[in-house]
Design a protein around this ligand. Structure first.
Ligand code: G
Ligand code: G
Ligand code: MN
Length: 589
């Protein structure tokens, strides 16, 4: 087989793709048989040189396939001139990059005289890498014997790079350039498979982001996110990814738990300095959860474990960092079940109240009652608030539960007081979330209107926790409630950040001295002084002091002597259901 170079200028001819192309070129070479005419050969040669694909022909005669022909496109793609390659094996294109599995595939195909297409990393004469899509096909003589191999080569580097860029951009967060959730999971799986030690997965949730977004705008929020990403990447974690807007996940190979502690401490430290944003300087508050994971666990399960720890950190008051442990996961599962049950309970109307009388300490007369919520669980029976209030608050279900509860209490007050010359005041406990997470004024207005209850019959009990943030907004709500005619009590006084300023600052009508004071009154001088002061100030400011948890005659007597106007406790009566409370009243009448 000979090709006679005749052409002066290359013929502009594109010769299709894939199979068509291969068949065409094979036919071209059929021109070059001994019986081919000279014009045929000339044309074949022009086409050979004009082809966009690099073409090389190697001879199977020698043991080590040597190149017999290359075209112009081959020279252009590889940078080698034909004199430099003819007579040699073309593995110099592979440089030192010999361990590519595709090379073995190619070799096997040649040994079996098969056609094959592979994409290889090849190197130009100047040493630069290009991705070479090679199609190899045997050329056969008239007896059908393979004598040569035809190679078609295409430089697919630009395609590869574009694909890689697309792939990368699908894996990265647009804003921060860190891995997105899916890429991170993949990468964690890759990382852990290389590890002998442990793997630390750390999650950070930027609590402050919401405030920044709503207070300073989205641009400031984006800037904040970017700066956090930057600071975290400064820790040089093995992997950094973003889960949603406000959550970052870091993965880091560690040898000992001490390494983990050090890394966590560094993460906390790096978030400490204030962030300078357009129009604001903010201190980042963040929740942090982590797991010192077993690389045998899947990435998904490791990130979930860190997520469980993060959720606990988020739920804690000061967002303390939390480490995942198995027990807390079990607890988390229980919480999920409890949440579902609470929702069901709400649908089924399983929440009700027990009532504990409040008594005038001087006359011993019942002047009202505290409504204490109970949950009539379908299997476990009557449940106390300790079992469910916390969870109901975490899930915000408390808002629905208490809205319904408030309607119940108002309706009960209406029934109770209609036609009663000295109406009874019913107190009901409300969650601090009622102040911060809903329009409480609107709810109370609705409830009063629907029930027809007199606002003076209802007192809301708030714990000190609800009042620690004495923002103007909180004050406004409390004032409006008082303007509506509703009573306001501070509950559990003395157990939290007790401050006598409450009596002055907040528009309250009642203060409930916690049972721990009542218990200690006889023994503890300081507590006695506080109680006496509260009672005295109460008389002065027209705030009613109520002593809670009175259990003995002695306690009652002490408080009466201190001129405490009202009391409540098992000494008088335990919390009882509605019917029992009504019976109690009719006995007293
Ligand atoms: O009734 P005990 O009865 O065990 O009440 C326990 C605690 O639950 C008390 O501190 C009480 O203030 C609180 N509590 C009772 N009912 C309610 C309620 O309806 N809402 C809220 N938020 N707390 C309640
Ligand atoms: O809302 P508050 O935290 O004040 O709820 C009062 C709690 O005190 C309820 O759980 C109620 O059942 C409980 N309680 C009522 N009377 C007594 C009592 O005499 N002794 C004790 N230890 N607890 C009481
Ligand atoms: Mn109470």
């Amino acid at each position: 087989m000979t090709l006679v170079p005749i052409a002066d200028g290359p013929l502009r001819l594109s010769i299709g793709n894939g199979r068509d192309r291969r068949q065409l070129v094979r036919r071209l070479f059929a021109f070059a048989r001994p019986d081919a005419s000279l014009p045929d050969l000339a044309m074949a040669n022009q086409i050979f040189e004009a082809a966009r694909e690099g073409i090389l022909v190697t001879s199977l005669a020698a043991e080590d396939l040597s190149v017999t022909h290359v075209n112009l496109a081959f020279e252009k793609i590889t940078g080698y001139r034909r004199e430099e390659v003819i007579g040699k094996n073309c593995r110099y294109l592979q440089g030192n990059d010999r361990l590519q599995p595709e090379i073995a595939t190619m070799r096997r195909a040649i040994a079996e005289r098969q056609e094959v297409t592979v994409t290889l990393r090849n190197y130009r004469k100047d040493g630069t890498l290009f991705w070479n899509e090679v199609t190899l096909a045997p050329l056969r003589d008239e007896k059908g014997e393979a004598t040569h191999y035809l190679g078609l080569i295409r430089d697919v580097t630009p395609l590869r790079e574009m694909a890689a860029r697309l792939d990368a951009s699908a894996r990265l967060d647009r804003l921060t350039g860190v891995l997105n959730r899916y890429a991170l999971i993949d990468e964690v799986d890759r990382l852990r498979s290389t590890l002998s030690g442990r793997i630390l997965i750390l999650k950070i949730d930027m609590i402050t982001l919401q405030e920044v977004n709503s207070g300073y705008g989205w641009d400031a929020g984006d800037c904040f996110i970017k700066q956090v990403a930057l600071r975290l990447s400064g820790l040089a974690p093995d992997l950094l990814g973003q889960f949603g807007e406000s959550q970052f996940t870091l993965a880091h190979a560690i040898e000992t738990p001490d390494d983990a502690e050090a890394f966590v401490a560094a993460a906390i430290a790096v978030m400490e300095p204030p962030f300078t944003l357009p129009g604001a300087i903010v201190q980042a508050r963040f929740a942090l959860g982590y797991v010192i994971g077993d690389p045998a666990d899947s990435a998904l399960s490791l990130t979930r474990q860190a997520g469980t720890a993060l959720r606990e950190s988020r739920a804690s008051r000061l967002h303390e960092p939390r480490q995942f442990d198995q027990d807390s996961e079990i607890a988390a599962r229980k919480r999920i079940r409890l949440t579902a049950e609470l929702q069901q309970g709400l649908r089924d109307g399983d929440f009700l109240y027990h009532y504990q009388p409040k008594v005038d300490l001087h006359t011993g007369k019942i002047i009202g009652a505290e409504a204490l919520m109970r949950w009539q669980h379908s299997i476990f029976g009557l449940q106390s608030p300790d079992v469910f209030i916390r969870m109901a608050e975490e899930t915000r279900l408390i808002l629905d539960i208490e809205a319904r509860g408030l309607r119940q209490v108002a309706a009960f007050a209406k029934r109770l007081n209609t036609g009663r010359p000295a109406p009874l005041i019913i107190s009901v406990n409300i969650s601090p979330l009622e102040i911060t997470h809903r329009d409480l004024i609107a709810l109370v207005r609705d409830v009063l209107e629907e029930s027809g209850a007199n606002p003076a019959w209802i007192t809301l009990e708030l714990t000190e926790g609800a009042l620690t943030e004495s923002s103007p907004e909180v004050l406004r709500i409390l004032r409006n409630l008082r303007t509506l005619g509703i009573g306001l009590a501070i509950d559990d006084f003395g157990t939290g950040h007790s401050s006598l300023r409450y009596l002055d600052t907040f528009p309250i009508s009642e203060i409930k001295i916690d049972k721990s004071f009542v218990r200690d009154l006889a023994q503890n001088g300081v507590k006695r002084i506080i109680a006496e002061t509260v009672i005295a100030l109460g008389h002065h400011l027209a705030v009613v002091a109520v002593a809670e948890g009175i259990e003995t005659e002695e306690e009652k007597q002490l408080l009466e002597n201190m001129r405490c106007p009202m009391g409540q406790g098992n000494f008088f009566c335990e919390p009882v259901d509605e019917a029992a409370f009504l019976a109690l009243l009719s006995d007293a009448d």
